[in-house]
Write a protein that binds this ligand. Structure first.
Ligand SMILES: Nc1ncnc2c1ncn2[C@@H]1O[C@H](COP(=O)(O)OP(=O)(O)OP(=O)(O)O)[C@@H](O)[C@H]1O
Length: 357
């Protein structure tokens, strides 16, 4: 299923210009506040009629200003999940879910009620009213309601933004199942790198109404001064590895990268599984000799590949650790003191690594 967006639109002083395609899986629209993510979702949804351009899903044209085509929102058969669950307070969870189902034409009901309830782990909640649910549970019901309308596409606009970290962590595995077990393409708006890194197959980076970069999540989140320079504090790399060992006593997972191994806190995974780990550049220190007596678990040997200076007095250093590139953000002063240059052998001391599963 391919969603294709090629539009131009003006909203007051703001001009939006976006061309991208999404070929199923999760496509994240990523960017800072005000970059135009929600406006694009609204155009895809049919809530905004674009000034110029075309939106299509496979052969079905949803909007084409050249041919005066505009399919209204209720005929697009898309599912929506917003920041707040927006459930009907006077209906039980079961009735809220059935309401979603009512929108799917009988012969096109691809999702079964029990299947969705099981996928989202909401069987125990069916007879409750929304007021008796936690924020995370409400959001799972909202996702279920959207799924039961058997949508051709699921539009999710910051679905986790209103939740605290614990609730987010509770929902993320369900979103992964949704991605892996249903065939419904998802457009996912978020400005959280951690969320996007974990869920998205493809990332469209927006800046000031324009598409700044587009590509697989792994590529996008590993760029040195690219899109993540949106907020330099968030620069970092996303690496892929395999779970080699799980250490029960200390609740650690050992992830084998191309050459190096990483100790990552947490254990919610299975042996042999391919996982992604996120290493923020600000949490990587560099040393020219192997440091000792440090609390950091991960000290990787590598070689400096690239050094780029930023206006704020910091430098970003790309270190090749046996085929995996780790990014370190250190001060210009430290870089000079260490005598960093391309080709120099260094040790990358990694303070935090997060498993993105
Ligand atoms: N109806 C409108 N009229 C005028 N300007 C608008 C309108 N709707 C949105 N804008 C402007 O368009 C820009 C993009 O807004 P949009 O909500 O799409 O951004 P966003 O990336 O989703 O931001 P956030 O992450 O804060 O939700 C903003 O500057 C906003 O003020």
């Amino acid at each position: 299923m391919t969603l294709s967006v090629d539009i131009r639109h003006r909203l007051g002083a703001f001009s939006l210009e976006a061309t991208f395609t999404s070929d199923g899986g999760v496509t994240a629209l990523f960017g800072r506040s005000g970059s135009g993510k929600t406006s694009i979702i609204r155009i895809i949804a049919g809530l905004i009629r674009p000034d110029h351009g075309r939106v299509s899903l496979d052969d079905s044209v949803l909007a084409d200003t050249g041919r005066q085509v505009f399919v209204p929102r209720h005929r697009r058969r898309f599912g929506y999940v917003f920041q707040e669950a927006r459930l009907f307070p006077h209906l039980s969870v079961r009735q809220n879910l059935s309401y979603g189902r009512w929108f799917a034409p009988r012969n096109e009901r691809s999702e079964s009620f029990d299947g969705v309830v099981d996928l989202l782990g909401i069987a125990a909640l069916l007879d409750r009213r929304p007021a008796k649910l936690s924020g995370g549970e409400k959001q799972r019901v909202a996702i279920g309601r959207a799924l039961l309308s058997s949508p051709r596409l699921l539009l999710m606009d910051e679905p986790l933004a209103a939740l605290d970290e614990a609730r987010k962590a509770e929902i993320l595995p369900y979103l992964e199942r949704l991605r892996d077990e249903t065939k419904i393409p998802i457009i996912y708006v978020s400005h959280s790198i951690a969320e996007v890194a974990r869920l998205a197959n493809r990332v469209v980076v927006m800046r000031d109404g324009k598409v700044e970069a587009i590509g697989p999540a792994l590529d996008i989140f590993s760029q040195l001064s690219g899109p993540l320079a949106i907020d330099r504090r968030e620069a970092g790399v996303l690496l892929e590895g395999r779970v080699e060992h799980m250490e029960d006593r200390h609740r650690l997972t050992v992830v084998a990268l191309k050459a190096a191994k990483l100790f990552v806190p947490g254990q919610a995974t299975s042996l042999g599984k391919t996982v992604r780990v996120h290493i923020p550049a600000r949490d990587v220190m560099l040393a020219t000799a192997r440091p000792e007596g440090l609390s950091a678990l991960n000290i990787l040997e590598g070689e400096v590949r690239d050094i780029s200076a930023a206006a704020d007095g910091t430098v970003e250093v790309k270190v090749d650790c046996g085929g995996d590139i780790v990014l370190a953000r250190i001060t210009q002063f430290s870089a000079e003191r260490l005598g960093l240059r391309v080709g120099l052998p260094v040790h990358a001391v990694i303070k935090t690594v997060a498993l993105e599963q």
